[in-house]
Design a protein around this ligand. Structure first.
Ligand SMILES: [Zn+2]
Length: 358
């Protein structure tokens, strides 16, 4: 379907934005990729992961020591995804291609295929944001209905209650089912949006085995099987919930658009950059803790406009983007804090489950 979708001709918004952002970097004499702050942050996150894992596997000897360490590990691994892997996959982490590859590869070390994710995220999600049927991040509409274009089912009436529980299964499903299914579909030629080489498959098998060996096999030398399984489940529940909710607060909310291509022509009635702003929301922009932890995912508008610029710069770019949006009459939406974004997603789920609320 994506090959049939075309964006309307530029009205000059993207050009104006690009030249203003470029002027910012020249004026400040800065590189647009990661800097020393980014490298320091990355080192701290890696240390956080290693310390949590080491303490959990080798030193935890009771549920009250294991539980906080499991939470800490899951939150630290999410931070790797938000800050390190995401920038690396977008070539935004460093000027060096190999460092970007290595940072993107952290996703494989965590247990999910970076090659498959990158195609889904960088191409489908970043180009066709919130377009039902192409952006795979808006799901398929069977268990959840996230856009008005997805069919309404009876169970969606309760989706604002059960969806959060299902989010907790995201990373388990992704790592142990979705990657394999996608690999099989791609190899059978059932999914023309994706491509995977023999080298990528070998790497995928090697990294999936590595992930199993440190998450299940090594801990079994120190703890009974049932404890290892329970800890893994709790870990994935926290990881899946954190990843899902952070993503949904930026796209699955009532203050953004869910554009529909014009029938037959496939035209989206906006230029690409305006489409990106209007399908995305920011949140908690003034909160330094959220900013540090979410790796720019709370500045999703700037990220969607400039995915190759490191998230470390998004706060400074935001006033330029807001000013340009105001000049071109483009709706820039930001939730003031985490709670308001969380509630906006809740309300959107409720509204999409019961269209009479629309
Ligand atoms: Zn991205």
């Amino acid at each position: 379907m994506s090959d049939k979708i075309v964006f309307q001709k530029s009205v000059g918004f993207h050009e104006a934005l690009k030249s203003r952002v470029q002027a910012y970097f020249v004026e400040k004499n800065l590189h647009s990729r990661g800097n020393w702050q980014m490298y320091l942050k990355t080192s701290l996150i890696f240390l956080w992961v290693l310390a949590s894992y080491t303490a959990l596997v080798f030193f935890a000897d009771s549920w009250w020591s294991a539980l906080p360490l499991t939470l800490s590990l899951a939150i630290a691994i999410s931070a790797v995804g938000f800050n390190v892997q995401h920038d690396g996959a977008h070539q935004a982490f460093s000027e060096s291609k190999s460092i970007n590859w290595l940072m993107a590869f952290t996703l494989d070390l965590i247990g999910a295929s970076n090659v498959l994710w990158r195609q889904k995220h960088n191409i489908l999600h970043h180009t066709y944001t919130n377009i039902n049927g192409v952006d795979e991040d808006v799901f398929d509409g069977s268990l959840f209905r996230l856009t008005p274009d997805q069919p309404l089912r009876k169970l969606h009436r309760f989706q604002h209650f059960y969806t959060y529980a299902l989010y907790a299964f995201l990373s388990l499903k992704w790592m142990f089912f979705d990657d394999y299914k996608k690999l099989i579909d791609v190899k059978r030629g059932k999914d023309e949006h994706f491509a995977i080489s023999a080298r990528d498959i070998a790497l995928l098998i090697a990294t999936k085995s590595f992930h199993l060996s440190y998450s299940i096999i090594l801990p079994l030398f120190f703890h009974p099987l049932w404890i290892v399984l329970v800890v893994n489940l709790v870990f994935h529940f926290v990881l899946g919930f954190t990843l899902s909710v952070t993503f949904q607060m930026a796209h699955a909310v009532g203050d953004v658009h869910f554009p529909r291509p014009v029938t037959n022509s496939g035209v989206i009635e906006n230029e690409w950059a305006i489409h990106q702003v209007e399908t995305t929301a920011n949140f908690a922009m003034g909160n330094p803790i959220v900013r540090w932890y979410a790796g720019g995912l709370n500045f999703q508008i700037e990220h969607h406009l400039f995915p190759r610029i490191s998230h470390i710069h998004y706060k400074s770019l935001s006033p330029i983007v807001q000013k340009t949006c105001a000049e071109f009459g483009v709706h820039y939406h930001a939730y003031p804090n985490l709670l308001s974004a969380f509630l906006a997603h809740y309300r959107w789920l409720r509204q999409m489950g019961r269209p009479q609320l629309a």
